[in-house]
Design a protein around this ligand. Structure first.
Ligand code: UDP
Length: 400
C-alpha cells in the first residue's frame, strides 16, 4: 500500500474556515476545505497554514480527520486587504519559523493557493527541499484585461510570473485557464494539470420549490438568484440593468446572496440603481453554505453575470439543486451548460445578452428537470482530491 503523505498547504490571505460569500472568502476556501477533507479521509496529513485574523481563534484547529488549520500571526489580528497582508509576509515567515521550530515540520510536499500563499510556499518548499505545487484561483493579468478600471499591482503580476516558472507543478481548474497561463505568463504547458473542482451532491440536493420559498418568506413570482461575493468582477450592475429589460416577466425578483460589511457601499449603490430602474432586487448578505440548497431550490433560475471566473462553483451547486443556470462563458460554465437543457450560455455580460438568456430560461423552455442535476453528477470533490493526490504522487515519484 502507498504510504500516506504529509502535506503543508498555504492558504494565507483567507482562513479556509471563514464565512463564505464575504470579501475574500469564496470558491478557493470551499476548494481547500473539500480537498483537504478528502485527502485527510484517504489517510494523508494536511497542515493548512493561514494568517491569524481573529484573536479568538485557537492557534491550531482540527476541523477534519488528519487535517489541521494553523493560524500564524502576521500583523494585527484583524481583517485586512491583500496588499496589506503582503506587507506582513516577513512577519508571517518569522512566526512560522518559530512554530516549526517548536513543533517540527516534516512534509513531503507544499501546495499553495493564490499568489500570496505561493510566495510563502515557494520559500518553504525550497527550505525543506520538497516540491511546490501552486494553484492560482484568479490571475492578475486576466483581471487587468477586464473593463473594470482596476489595476492589479505590479507586485502581484511579478509574483505570479515567478511562481509560474518556479513551481514544480501548477494545477488549473479549467482548460481555458491553462491556455491563459500559457498566453499571459508564458508558462510551460507541460507542467500544468487541469483538475476540475467538484460539488457536494449530498449537500446540494433539490428541495420542494414551494416549501423552499415558504422557508425563505418568498412569494410565488419568478425568482432570479445570484450567489457570490459582491465585487465588480461578478457583473451585478449589468444584471440589474438586464432585469429592467425583461419582457417575459417584468415582475421577476432578483435575489442576491453574498456580501458583508465591506460590501455595504456597493450594495447601497446597487439598491439605488435597482430602485431607479424599477427592478425588484433584494440583498440578503452572506448565507451559510449549508442553507444554500434552499435558496437554489426556491429560484427559477440561477445567474452568473461575471466578466471572469476561474471555475465558478455556484454553477455546479445550482445545477445539482435542479435549478437552471444562465451564465456568461466563464469558468466551468461552457463545459457543463447545454443550451435549452440545463440553462443558457450568453456570449457576454451586457444587459441585453443577459436579458435574452434570462428570458429563455424563465419561459420554461428547458426539457427535463432531472437532466439538470444529472449534468453535474460527474463532478465530485472526492474525484478532485483523488486526482490531486495522483498529481502529488507523480511529482514525488519523479523526485520533484
Ligand atoms: N457562498 C456561500 N454563501 C454565500 C455566498 C457564497 O456559501 O453567501 C459560496 C458558494 O456556495 C460557493 C462559493 O461561496 O461555493 C463561491 O465560489 P465561486 O467559485 O462561485 O466564486 P468565487 O468566490 O471563487 O469567486
Amino acid at each position: 500500500m502507498a504510504h500516506s503523505l504529509d502535506i503543508a498547504m498555504f492558504c494565507i490571505h483567507s482562513c479556509p474556515l471563514g464565512q463564505l460569500g464575504t470579501r475574500d472568502t469564496g470558491g478557493m476556501n470551499v476548494y481547500v476545505r473539500e480537498v483537504s477533507r478528502h485527502l485527510g479521509q484517504m489517510g494523508h496529513h494536511v497542515d493548512i497554514y493561514t494568517r491569524a485574523h481573529d484573536p479568538y481563534d485557537a492557534q491550531v484547529n482540527s476541523p477534519f480527520e488528519n487535517v489541521r488549520v494553523i493560524h500564524i500571526q502576521a500583523g494585527p489580528m484583524e481583517d485586512m486587504g491583500k496588499m496589506a497582508q503582503y506587507s506582513y509576509l516577513p512577519d508571517f515567515a518569522l512566526n512560522m519559523e518559530t512554530f516549526c521550530m517548536r513543533y517540527g515540520a516534516n512534509y513531503d510536499l507544499v501546495q499553495s493557493h493564490y499568489w500570496l500563499s505561493g510566495l510563502m510556499g515557494q520559500k518553504y518548499a525550497f527550505q525543506w527541499s520538497v516540491p511546490h505545487v501552486v494553484m492560482f484561483h484568479t490571475l492578475g493579468a486576466i483581471k487587468n484585461n477586464l473593463p473594470l478600471g482596476e489595476a492589479e499591482s505590479a507586485v502581484r503580476l511579478a509574483a505570479e510570473y515567478d511562481l509560474m516558472h518556479g513551481a514544480q507543478r501548477i494545477i488549473s481548474a479549467t482548460a481555458l485557464e491553462k491556455e491563459e497561463l500559457g498566453r499571459l505568463y508564458d508558462a510551460d504547458m507541460r507542467k500544468i494539470s487541469v483538475i476540475p473542482c467538484g460539488v457536494n451532491t449530498a449537500l446540494f440536493q433539490p428541495q420542494d420549490k414551494s416549501a423552499a420559498r415558504n422557508a425563505l418568506g418568498l412569494g410565488a413570482g419568478k425568482i432570479i438568484l445570484f450567489v457570490g461575493r459582491i465585487e465588480a468582477l461578478k457583473g451585478i450592475e449589468n444584471l440589474i440593468y438586464a432585469l429592467s429589460l425583461l419582457h417575459y416577466d417584468a415582475r421577476a425578483k432578483l435575489f442576491v446572496v453574498g456580501g458583508d460589511e465591506y460590501s455595504r457601499p456597493d450594495v447601497a449603490r446597487l439598491e439605488t440603481l435597482a430602485r431607479e430602474l424599477g427592478v425588484d432586487a433584494e440583498f440578503s448578505g452572506s448565507v451559510a453554505h449549508g442553507l444554500l440548497p434552499t435558496y437554489y431550490s426556491a429560484a427559477d433560475v440561477s445567474v452568473v453575470a461575471s466578466y471572469y471566473e476561474s471555475f465558478c462553483l455556484v454553477v455546479l451547486e445550482a445545477l445539482a439543486c435542479r435549478t437552471p443556470v444562465v451564465s456568461t462563458r466563464v469558468g466551468v460554465a461552457p463545459a457543463v451548460i447545454r443550451n435549452g437543457y440545463n440553462g443558457f450560455l450568453v456570449d457576454d455580460n451586457s444587459p441585453q445578452s443577459l436579458a435574452v438568456g434570462l428570458e429563455a430560461a424563465l419561459c420554461g423552455g428547458l426539457k427535463d428537470a432531472d437532466e439538470i442535476r444529472r449534468s453535474v453528477l460527474d463532478y465530485s470533490w472526492e474525484q478532485t482530491a483523488c486526482r490531486v493526490e495522483a498529481e502529488y504522487r507523480g511529482i514525488l515519484l519523479k523526485g520533484g
